[in-house]
Design a protein around this ligand. Structure first.
Ligand code: GLA
Length: 374
């Protein structure tokens, strides 16, 4: 029998800086107290057996044959298994050996809800293999290997935010990450506030292709900006005024999608100044502004998310609310006065049910530490 290792790897919520991590903007996510709970027993060979207990599925993978995305019998890997296999493949491509293990995991992170359940799985396996082999690796690098797995193995062209947040969360804090310089720092959340997450119960199947389409539109806007100023590298280098000046040269969709990103990058700087000054009211207003921008400009909201935000805005202890993560369904994040959080949960659940006939899952969450070995 091999050694036993247990890894806890959290999901994340993003407070501000939505859809800017492919454009070198700053993001402000927090790891949450919903997590992947993984237990492993090491093996002495290169076979990885994984049981996804919540799905009732298992897979056996030969870690020396990952390129073709097949299990050890030659069958295509189920999509959830692309995450552990992808992380092994990504680490190997960086020269880090990964060893066989018998693994099972469960999760209380809602799946496909914009809370980074897949990044949490990736980070859990990376932390497991690091614990098994002991190679030195900082958490930023570890999250970059996980991002590479998601982009190049699982085929989702995401930014670094999710894997970074799951790996680098800090108890009671959001973590500000500059996706250009890769500098990051914990930022305390406003005192006496709670983070409440509301899962709309809506899932959109076209999320990945729409995500990629928006990324391409931003690249088109960057190319147009470069014609005016060759030193532009990303939308981080474009101001709102420059965006307005370019408007007539861009299609309406490209303009609006890029305009969201440019505005959102400015909003994050403003929001950080508010936090430093203890001004949670303006911070919350910026959250509402971000939602409007994601809805009207970036076009990644949906009626149910808009209804959740609208209901939240009518509650006197709700400081700010917005969709969180990629959008197209999933969750909203709400900053609420601590003393009114329980009442808010009930208020949002009841009113959403009444307006949509859908049962939202609304829960209070706490900013938590990143993945760890228990
Ligand atoms: C998804 C991606 C992230 C980020 C968000 C939107 O969660 O994985 O990299 O782009 O969408 O902010």
């Amino acid at each position: 029998m091999g050694n036993k290792i247990r890894v806890i790897s959290p999901g994340r919520v993003n407070l501000l800086g939505e859809h800017v991590d492919k454009n070198e903007g700053k993001v402000l996510p927090a790891a949450i107290d919903r997590a992947i709970n993984l237990s492993a027993e090491t093996r002495s060979d290169s076979i990885l057996k994984v049981k996804a207990l919540d799905l009732g599925e298992s897979v056996e993978i030969d870690l020396t044959h990952l390129d073709k995305k097949l299990d050890s019998m030659g069958n295509p890997l189920p999509s959830w298994a692309h995450y552990p296999a992808g992380v092994a493949w990504s680490l190997q491509s960086g020269g880090f050996a990964v060893k066989g293990a018998e693994v099972e995991f469960t999760s209380d992170i809602p799946m496909g809800a914009g809370l980074s359940s897949s990044a949490a799985v990736e980070v859990a396996f990376a932390v497991l293999w690091q614990a098994m082999s002991g190679w030195p690796m900082d958490r930023l690098t570890l999250s970059q290997f996980c991002q590479k797995a998601e982009v190049e193995y699982a085929g989702v062209n995401c930014g670094l935010m999710d894997q970074f947040a799951c790996a680098n969360g800090v108890d009671g804090h959001a973590v500000l990450l500059d996706t250009r310089s890769l500098e990051f720092k914990p930022v305390p959340l406003p005192k006496n506030t709670a983070l409440v997450i509301a899962d709309s119960a809506v899932r959109r199947s076209l999320q990945t292709s729409a995500y990629n389409d928006r990324v391409i539109d931003c690249q088109i806007a960057v190319a147009a900006a470069q014609k005016r100023n060759p030193s532009v590298h990303s939308l981080r280098d474009v101001s709102v005024a420059e965006m307005e000046a370019m408007k007539s040269q861009l299609s309406d969709g490209v303009y609006r999608h890029a305009r969201h990103v440019v505005g959102e990058i400015e909003r994050v700087d403003l929001a950080i100044r508010c936090l430093e000054l203890g001004d949670s009211i303006t911070f919350g207003k910026i959250m509402f502004d971000t939602h409007a921008s994601l809805r009207d400009l970036y076009e990644v909201s949906c009626p149910e998310l808009d209804i959740l935000v609208e209901i939240a805005s009518g509650f006197s202890g709700c400081i700010g609310a917005r969709l969180t993560g990629a959008g197209f369904g999933g969750c909203t994040v709400n900053m609420v006065e601590q003393s009114k959080a329980d009442e808010f949960v009930q208020y949002l659940t009841d009113n959403y049910l009444q307006k949509t006939s859908l049962k939202a899952s609304v829960f209070i969450t706490h900013a938590s530490r990143g993945a760890y070995v228990e």
